[in-house]
Ligand binder design. Sequence first.
Ligand code: AMP
Length: 403
Amino acid sequence: MAARLRTLTDLNFSDYTRPVVFLRLDLNVPLKNGTVTDETRITAALPTVRWLLEKGCRVVMCSHLGRPKGEGYEKEFSLAPVGEKIAAHLGKEVLLCGDYLMDGFSRIVQQLDNNQLVLLENLRFHKQEQKGDKEFAKVLAKNMDFYVNDAFGTCHRADASMVAVAEEFPLERRAAGFLVQKEIQFLEGAFRNPQAPVTAIFGGAKVSDKIAILQKFTSIANNMIIGGAMAYTFLRYMGHKVGKSRVEEDKMSLVADIIKAAEARRVKILLPVDHVCASEFVEGTPAIACMSADIPDNLMGLDIGPKTAALYAETIKASKVVVWNGPMGVFEWEAFAQGSRSVAEALTQCAGSTIVGGGDSAAAITEFGLAEKVSHVSTGGGASMELLEGKELPGIKVLRASL
Ligand code: AMP
């Protein structure tokens, strides 16, 4: 079993007056014409920032934003609009520093007053960040007392600020922030000796993207619910007609392996028994009901049907732990969103622990206005997927109590 995660309350500030904290956040928010269009990641970071400020820390925040070239400043990827939002939320001054690799930077940090924080400009303006460069990390960690990582969405990447900077600090001066702590509690802790029944819901575009997670859950779940385009590869394998639905012909042997593993452990696999179809894959295409598991040759399945949604909801509501990863249909188009909406609603009616993996299922439940009614919606796409697959994330490994 993985060692315990070190958290904020493990940090001992008693030997320091106004300790300097290097705080890695995930402030990679969407921007349109220089304006933040979704503040979720900013508000998710605030509890840790506030806690550190309350403890009298001088806080140096940093993050990446988008995909700059790594050859210096690019205005469109500047964290300036993010700094303004944080300042407004906290009612404090946020000093955006672009020249944090220069000697003069430490003076700025030394002179910080209680009403000021520092935000380092986009770490990815330096190509050393994504290379995990140790020399770059040494400069970043210089004159800092503690390392805190609350950037869950980046924990699957061994970037300099995620791993090499942490390693510049002794273990007792490293910790995970509140967001990382919560993500680990739900995405890892919920499946350690869970109460049965455990139900895992998988959907989305491809079986091939989810093989590792499907295989992992054959040894954790009691029920595996399959929807989205991947259901058609399963149905085809079972001998059903799937019409023009998206099928990965070359993945049949993987489907066979998953079904075999599930049978061996008596895991129930639930597949669609009816569908919402269309004759072509274009926005605005009319929805055509298909009342049986078989789909006519001229149609493609774009959502689970109402009978399937009711069966899935029954299983979900009776579960003690539920995890949902991937939409049941093309939820971006209203005519094919009902299957995903029904699953989301069933999650809100389940008395057990209900967890939504990041990415498209998180986007779907948020769009349906139900995100507040489940136990946890992950903020990380790739990171939540890798954690559910049972992988140790590099950004988490350096925060474990014993390495
Ligand atoms: P993923 O990123 O693998 O979770 O896939 C999410 C994408 O799968 C969404 O953009 C959905 O529109 C798409 N999707 C879900 N169901 C289907 C389907 N039956 N046919 C085609 N695309 C689908």
